[in-house]
Design a protein around this ligand. Sequence first.
Ligand code: SF4
Length: 398
Amino acid sequence: MPAKVGLQSVLDHAVAGERVTPEEALELYRNAPLHALGQAADAIRRRRYAGIEHIATYIIERNINYTNVCVTACKFCAFYAPPKSDKGWTRDLDDILRRCAETVQLGGTQIMFQGGHHPDFGVEYYEKHFAAIKKQFPQLVIHSLGASEVEHMAKVSGVSVEEAIRRIHAAGLDSFAGAGAELLPERPRKAIAPLKESGERWLEIMEMAHRLGVESTSTMLMGTGETNAERIEHLRMIRDVQDRTGGFRAFIPYTYQPENNHLRGQTQATIFEYLRMIAIARIFLDNVAHIQGSWLTVGKEAGQLSLHYGADDLGSVMLEENVVSSAGAKHRSNLMELIHLIRTAERVPAQRTTTYEHLVVHDDPANDPVDKHVVSHLSSTAIEGGTAHPELKLIDAE
Ligand code: SF4
C-alpha cells in the first residue's frame, strides 16, 4: 500500500509540526484511514494544549434571534421569511433584554445575536440594541453577527463596511460569530446562497474586522453538495487570511439540516465525513487555536467522538437556538449532560469564556452543577411546541 505509506508520512510530518499543503490535505481527506487521521489530529491537539490536554471546554450562551425577516433567501435556510410575509416577526428590545436577563440568571456568559437581513435594519438598529444590552448587562459578551450582516447593514445605512464595524464595536459588539461563511468557494456558495456576498468578500470583511480589533470564529456548512476539493479550498481560504491577521479564534464545521428548506433531501454530510473534517481541520489549520465539535447538528455521540478527532471544545449548552433547529436539528442537551458527555469522552470538562479562558474546571464530579434549568430548549419557530415565539417561557419549559 505505497500510497497509504505516503499519507502516513504526511501525517507524521504534520504531527511533528510541519505545515500540510492543500494538495496533501485533499489526499488525506479523501484517502487516509479514518483512525490514522484521527490519531494524528489528536496528537496535534495534545501537543498544542500540552499541560491542559486532558481538558475539553464548553460555554453557556444563548442565541437571540431578533428577526427572521430576510431579503437573502438562502436555499439551505429554514429560518427566514421574506419581507411582507405573514410568517415574519421581529422581537422588540424588551423581549431581547428579558432573554439576556435569563441568560445571566442561568450562568450564561455570551449571547449570539443572529437574524435575517431585514430590509430596514441598518447600523443604527444594531448600535441601539448592543448599547442597551451592554448598559443593562455589562457582564454579557456580545459574540454575534458576521460579515454578511455587516455588509447588509452598511448598505442599508449607506455607510462603508469599515464604518459599520467601528460603530457596532463601539456600541458593544465584542466579537463576530463568523456565521454566513457557509461554503466560501464560488461554485457551491452560488448554488446555495446566490444572493449572499462572495466568499472572497466574506473573508475581506473578516480581515478588516480583525484589523479593527474585532476577532471572530469561522465556520463551515457541510453537506449541501460541495465536493471534497471545495471543502479543502474553504479551509485554505481561511488559513490564508489567518496567516495575515490571526483573528480567527476557532473553526466550527457543522452539518446541513434537510428540513423545511429548498435543498430538502438533496444531500447531507455523514458522520464519517464530519469526523474526517474535524481531523483535517486540526491538521491543516495550524494557525487556528480551537476546533469545535457541533453536537447540535451531528448529535451527542458524534460530538463526543469529535473530541478524539482533534476538537478541544464542544460548543455550548445553547439555551436557545432557532436557526438550525428550524431545519431539523432536534438534538437537545443541558449543562449536566454536556459535562457528562465530555467526561465520558475521557476529558475533564471546563466551562470557558468567549476567549477560551477556563472559568470552572469540573475536575471533581462531586462538585458538578445540579441546576436543571440550564437546558437547551426546543425553541424552533418551525417545530410544533417550539417556544421561541411569540411567548417567552424558557425556564419552565422542560
Ligand atoms: S441563512 Fe441568514 S441570510 Fe440566508 S436566508 Fe437564512 S437568515 Fe437570511
